[in-house]
Design a protein around this ligand. Structure first.
Ligand code: TYD
Length: 222
């Protein structure tokens, strides 16, 4: 049974982008800026965000010895984690009037499992709607940068890589193309941020976009 979408008070903001785009660092900065501006902020990530969803994340990101994960299993595990996340964390926080700041959400599923793995976009969209009750973000920041730059940053920053980081450069190029195509289809919701620039420059642009956007949206609601 699909849940009904209720988003009466809060705002749902997501950060998206290919590997090494600096989303997590920028999410931390944005959370601080929004709290400073007086908002209640819940910062979370996908896959994960609840106990069950984090357990699913572990399966997804760590290679299983002797048994590969099919593209369909990967997608369904991600959606299972998302269903838990929406029901137990995101929707209740929005109902309380909080700003939910989420590092990755459904656009990642379309980009990675759709454009990257080649799964059917309509199937992914329908399954996602079933899993989430159709909850879509109010605003999405797409941190975009060339794949080679992102992958090099990632290897340098972490030293280790997860199961998806280790995909081919070609896979990651399809993912980036996917994100850009989604942004083109929905430019009102998805804002492209050029993430190759310095951290402070990206941070300043994100803060300006989000604070202006909230001011405008609040005007519409009152
Ligand atoms: P993570 O280490 O959090 O990477 P990042 O910092 O780039 O977000 O790992 C999350 C991985 O999960 C990342 O490689 C993208 C992948 N992913 C999907 O493939 N589909 C999805 O729907 C989501 C939410 C994530």
């Amino acid at each position: 049974m699909a849940r009904r979408i209720r988003k009466p008070n809060g705002f749902f903001i997501t950060l998206e982008g290919p590997e090494g785009s600096g989303k997590s660092t920028q999410a931390d900065f944005l959370a601080v800026a929004l709290k400073k501006a007086g908002f209640q902020v819940i910062q979370t990530r996908e896959p994960g965000g609840t106990k069950v969803a984090e357990a699913v994340r572990h399966i997804l990101l760590n290679p299983s010895k002797g048994e590969s994960i099919t593209a369909e299993t990967e997608a369904l595990l991600i959606l299972a984690a998302r269903s838990q996340h929406v029901a137990h964390l995101i929707q209740p926080a929005l109902d309380r009037g909080a700003i939910v700041l989420c590092d990755r959400y459904f656009d990642s599923t379309l980009a990675y499992q759709g454009f990257g793995r080649g799964l059917d976009l309509n199937w992914l969209t329908a399954a996602n709607n079933g899993a989430t009750g159709g909850l879509i973000p109010d605003l999405t920041l797409l941190l975009d940068l060339p794949v080679s730059v992102g992958l090099a940053r990632r290897r340098h920053a972490r030293g280790t890589t997860n199961r998806l980081d280790r995909e081919t450069e070609r896979f990651h190029r399809s993912v980036r193309r996917g994100f850009l195509s989604l942004a083109k289809q929905d430019p009102r919701r998805i804002r492209i941020i050029r993430a190759r620039r310095s951290i402070p420059a990206v941070r300043a642009e994100i803060e300006t976009i989000v604070l202006n956007w909230i001011t405008t949206r609040r005007g519409h609601r009152s």
